[in-house]
Design a protein around this ligand. Sequence first.
Ligand SMILES: *Cc1c(COP(=O)(O)O)cnc(C)c1O
Length: 398
Amino acid sequence: MNSALYPTYARADIAFVRGEGPWLIADNGDRYLDFSAGVAVLSLGHGHPHLVETLKHAAAAPWHVSNLFRIPQAERLAQRLVEASFADLVFFANSGAEALECAIKTARKYHAHLGAPQRFRLITFEGAFHGRTLATIAAGGNPKYIEGFGPPVAGFDQVPFADLAAVEAAITSETAGVLLEPVQGEGGLRVFPHEFLRALRALCDARGLLLVLDEVQCGVGRTGRFLACEHAGVTPDIAALAKGLGGGFPIGACLATRKAAQGMTAGSHGSTFGGNPLAAAIGNAVLDIVLAEGFLNRVVENGEYLTQHLRALKQRYPGVIAEVRGEGLMYGIKTHIPNSDLATAAREEKLLTVLAGDNVVRLLPPLTIDHAHIDDAVTKLEAACAHLAAPTVRQGAA
Ligand SMILES: *Cc1c(COP(=O)(O)O)cnc(C)c1O
């Protein structure tokens, strides 16, 4: 694989030429069931007719006009995001990390605006992932991503996962808020307990802190609710969205209450491409489907169906699968063997998955899958597990 691209990714040697719903077809004709969905991006699968139609129309209209002018598609998308969530206001960006940058800036500016500019620090959690910009690698706290890029951006204090006492102990006169993914994605599909999120909300209220959620991966219906925090009955002050919002088109959004965003006055932030007509048109088309009556209920139902099968698979292959965990159609399989062995064996069975931290293999199918696709995925996973468990079986027989 000789290529002029930066060698920053460990790419599989496969190139796809066609996509149909949850299927990807490689240049050699191999047909893969895509339970990676471009890392939770393809919320509606490949080539969804409504997205294709929308893109065709948007392609014939102005693609870009800049934020020097009104953009009706973006105004409509913002209004719909507000109506579907806790938020009053939305800022559009082009990626998850940029949505987080806006979220972090909004939280800092809130306190500065109220006369406390020294309150700029955010408390974060071990296992977090918030993106690859200088600020978001500092927020994520993973030394592998931080080292070699100069002094890390100041202002992030990391505490152990879901440890409320540690959060309390970390609060100082410089703390602006708390930042977390309700379901950690890259970190290994760890779900923050709902009681923890409720207690954290109460703590933030008591101490005048902003609760900032990174719903870049778990938001936009991935867990069966529009935002994952709804499972806990908790509303944040600020939330970042991206991945699933564009269904494959790059778009990010920072959502905030009017109160939390009060410092974000004219000129305080900006983006050349953010919320351009093309991206906003696609975002609206994704919401047409995700917010349609019954759609999220089907995600919940399919998630339960997938979970049942994964739990049964764990029973049958206890030497391979250590734990299954997640919410909705955001599931992780923690393995006893190296997670990449299971992902590779699954790929040989023509099932695409994504690796995560904590030795987890992630299943992030399009939200549009049905039982037949899940049955197919489980059959492929079973074959992969059988292949990997074979040596142990022989040992047991001997
Ligand atoms: C993917 C991801 C990001 C970063 O998004 P990019 O679009 O890659 O910048 C941030 N937070 C979470 C939780 C993510 O999963």
